[in-house]
Design a protein around this ligand. Sequence first.
Ligand code: GP9
Ligand code: MN
Length: 638
Amino acid sequence: MHRFVRAAADFLKQKASAVMHSFLTIYVVMILIKLVYFNYETGLHKAAWMQLLTTLGSIFVLISFAFILEHKNARRYVMAIDAVFSFIIFSDLMFYRYFNDLISVPMLLQAGNVTDVGSSVLELLHPLDLLFIADIIILPFLQRYMEKVKLNLNNLGRRSGTKAFSFGMSGLLMIYIGMSHLVASQPTILQTFYDRVYVAQNIGLLNYHAADAYRYVAQNLEEEDELSEHKNAEIMDFFSQKKKDNEKGLLWGAGQGKNIIVVQVEALQQFVINRKINGQEITPNLNKLISESIYFDNYYYQTAGGGTSDAEFTANVSMLPMKEGSAYIRKPANYYYPIPKRLKDEGYETIAMHGYKPGFWNRSVIYKALGYDEFFSKNSITEDEILGMGISDKSFLKQALARLEQSKAPYYAFIITLSSHFPYDNDKSLYDNRLDVGKLKDTLLGDYLEAIHYTDQAIGMFIEELEESGQLKNTVLAVYGDHHAISKDNMKELAELLGKEELNELEWQQLQKVPMLIHLPKGAEAQVVSTPGGGVDFMPTLLNIAGIDTSDMVYIGRDLLNSEEGFVVFRNGSFVTNDIAYISNSNTAYDIKTGEVISSEQYEVEKALAEKYLDYSDTIMEFDLIDDIKENLDKQKP
Ligand code: GP9
Ligand code: MN
């Protein structure tokens, strides 16, 4: 027995020393050390085990080729891998220290980003970063020395296809496990890539880069249909015609030259407005603001797979969201002429404000294309109070105001809140003056009402400060909800809150509204506008108030203050007019007032028009047409 143990120990020792003596192992360990260093420097180490597994997996896959190469070439190959990886990790580190974001292909291709980081490298460097080149310099010397003293570091064994195969396969398996784990926790993340940092946290930096590059190449290789002359002309014509009803009308220029602040509120749905629970108003501050503003009470969100980013996109760009994923992520390289860029051309300072990771929804990339001078993000704030997903709305709005005080008028500030984000289970000890939701306590709907009540308070404080500092009377302040808060899973609770047994298809559809209000300088002109509208109508409506000429702007929406007829098209083909609501899922249309089903001949025209809107918006996005259409509109200017 004793002898057996000793033999086994000897065997293990021998194997271990073979491994230890292998330069291959040294390089693998070095790459891992660099990655771990990177992770700790950037705080990316959260899903540590999965990340280590997948990272090791990717190294195994690449290293496996070394086993089928000649010794000398194998060594060169492994050294090259180390050098390339070191360069990648080092660049990511510099980039992260600068942008608080990971490198992605579109980001690399965007002018300015690389040089910005490059010119600041010296300030970004820490002494420990020497680690990145230490092995590249020292190891070849060490190796030569070892060879001299007859210690063989090249212990790769004989060239072996089997070894290569088993290394490669086990590497792939490790990556597979990590990927499955990621997809199980966030099912759509690999298609939409909405949170790059989260992807890297789970599958490791190297796999993240591989996935990002793959996505980029795949998207660019996508078979592009040719855009026919005919279709192109049709679209040009559509927008030329559309311009003709763009007369300067009601409230034109009511906010001319004033600061514009837009607050896009996370998951603010309309049903909470002017509603009480247990005798208490859910959103007292918004209710008060609404009573002093132009209130659009028939306003729907038009978002799709891009969530918050679609809400920003529909409002500022006035195009419909994309069929799949988010335009922010899929089309950052298109030309846009949205609200911020238009206002920038008029001399406004433009600033986007959102206290979260700058790379989320690809904002760090697309904001430049949309014409924002600055992105006031998580990088710019002090995270002194965390509520749910990140900085609390109260702290964030306070910091945003402090930043805006440094801006010269006029400015355009686009602010996005965060605290009322799904699943609304925030730390309630941070709520002062908690809403009593009675028996809804600890349900999803109850949590939502409490969260939105908190956000309402934050907005109340924000308005109060604007008022006290005298800024409110020089500001056009718009507030709207980004998208739904309560999904069909919680329909029953919602029905109960609304005092109904259940909600039919039409009622549910009519609940997909968000409040939208525009508060004019000096609070003039309070009124309710009930023309049906949605996200894409924001741009023309706001710019009319701001007195900005939109005659060469390309937008799907309409100015709700100057349109008798509204037309709201949803991504799935549903639509709403002044009288009709068509629901594509069931292919049924209703008379909104009576709730009666109407026959298909009665809405043929509108249905075709809705399809046309979607088709035109998609074609514009696919073929990057905004510039061409704009040029065409410019030509027609008198
Ligand atoms: C995060 C926030 C959330 O930055 O905008 O986006 P959502 O999950 O609502 O689409
Ligand atoms: Mn959102």
